[in-house]
Design a protein around this ligand. Structure first.
Ligand SMILES: [Zn+2]
Ligand SMILES: [Zn+2]
Length: 219
């Protein structure tokens, strides 16, 4: 009665929010104030929430909901805006040896030139070689995301000397008694033992004792 909204009004609001978010993409930095004046600079510290996880699921990722901390200096240089600094993000994953959940941190250094339009760099390089300043703005996201992904460990470990799991019972070595083991026989010997057990008269085994107490085996 009092608070009715038409579905259309709701849609409109959602769209507005969408636009607002696109306009305020936290990764896109307005460098207008640097004014293409070489020497002008600006320090920038950002905590940017992760929407799409980075990395390999079930191995190690910067999970969605985490924040990437970016701490960079933007400097106007002759060719463009030079971005230097670092980025850090928390990671979650699984130890590749013992499969325990692990958490960590990944850090990268950033040194990236964003070329001004019509600069020599702009005219002599491809866009996939050197980033560009577009409409006075730079987009830090591809630079930071790519570098973070590359910096993630390929084989994450809970600790450097993790001993992993006992291949016999799958229990972590760290939780097993010293001297833990399983009575296993080398597969090659196991086959031989089986043969010995199957042939009571051991007639198949070339040995001095073979054939003595035979039960009629005449091979
Ligand atoms: Zn481990
Ligand atoms: Zn075991």
């Amino acid at each position: 009665m009092s608070d009715e909204r038409s579905p259309n009004a709701g849609d409109e609001r959602a769209t507005d929010r969408g636009n607002a978010r696109a306009d305020s993409n936290p990764w896109v930095i307005d460098t207008h104030e640097l004014g293409r004046r070489p020497g002008a600079s600006r320090q920038l510290e950002l905590d940017i929430p992760v929407e799409t996880p980075l990395g390999v699921p079930d191995v190690v990722t910067v999970p969605s909901g985490a924040a990437i901390s970016v701490d960079v200096l933007l400097e106007s240089v002759v060719e463009g805006v030079l971005v230097t600094g670092s980025a850090t993000a928390p990671t979650t994953g699984q130890c590749s040896r013992c499969l325990d959940p692990i958490t960590g941190e990944v850090s990268i250094d950033i040194t990236e030139l964003f070329a001004y339009p019509e600069s020599t760099t702009d005219e002599t390089t491809e866009e996939d070689e050197v980033s560009r300043v577009v409409d006075d703005r730079i987009d830090l996201e591809p630079v930071v995301r790519d570098a973070l992904v590359l910096a993630l460990p390929l084989v994450p470990l809970c600790r450097e000397d993790c001993e992993g799991l006992c291949s016999g019972c799958g229990v972590k070595w760290a939780e097993l008694e010293p001297g833990h083991g399983h009575e296993t026989i080398d597969p090659r010997w196991a086959a031989l033992v089986e043969r010995l057990q199957d042939t009571d008269d051991v007639s198949d085994v070339p040995s001095d004792q073979a054939g003595d107490g035979g039960d009629g085996s005449d091979r």
